[in-house]
Design a protein around this ligand. Sequence first.
Ligand code: NDP
Length: 246
Amino acid sequence: MSLKEQVALVTGGSRGIGRAISLRLARDGARIAIGDIREEEGKGTVAEVEALGVEALFVPLDVTQQESATAAVRQIVARWGRLDILVNNAGITRDKLLLRMTPQDWDAVLNVNLKGTYLCSQAVLQPMLKRRRGRIVSIASVVGIAGNAGQTNYSASKAGIIGFTKSLAREVASRSITVNAVAPGFINTEMVQTLSQEIQKQVLERIPLARFGTPEDVAGVVAFLCSEEASYITGHVINVDGGLIM
Ligand code: NDP
């Protein structure tokens, strides 16, 4: 229960990796606010967190909208009086080769993945600066490091998160706020399950640990970065990819 008393906001926390992160931080004792555009699934995850004996709250959140981010943070601070942890997890893909990519595909991905990370991080800074403690962990991707054909918009957004993480880490380090990123490889969620059997086989052959990751693999590293044990780590990117990128 290393995160006891603490309050965490997990964006896109209703399902997939965000749900696993919410449940893991709850098991470590943190009170959980799930911020998502998916209200029904979000409330389902809130119920799962509460079943662990931990307080939880669903906050309607569109990470692309500044007013939505500030309203969500206001609601959390009104409920619990503090906000210690932000996990920037909300993310989308609109995969296409660049020749066919529209400005709408580009903007949609950059807005959710990168602008959303900026807006939510900015919104949580006030309560964190006040307490002179905080943890911001953003979910990037190995694609932001190594690139991937068909994902110029997505990899640009994830590379952007890495640059953002390092710059913000420098800005807020003197206030004991750490800012890190986790870069998952192929994680067994809908994203991987929609790949054909043939592609899945080809991908597996490139992963030294010879399996897809689980949402819990990612959640464990996020929990570590949020813990006291990680208080001397900032501005870092940790790959959770079975050795895919070395
Ligand atoms: P999911 O699509 O399962 O979950 C993301 C959640 O974020 C969904 O509930 C989604 O709603 C929500 N969301 C989308 N747009 C917004 C928004 N504007 N404001 C608030 N919430 C929003 O994704 P995953 O669990 O697969 O991925 C989570 C993160 O991990 C993402 O950042 C992704 O890029 C990253 N990642 C995933 C990998 C994988 O293999 N799955 C690999 C590497 C990185 P809706 O479903 O309606 O869009």
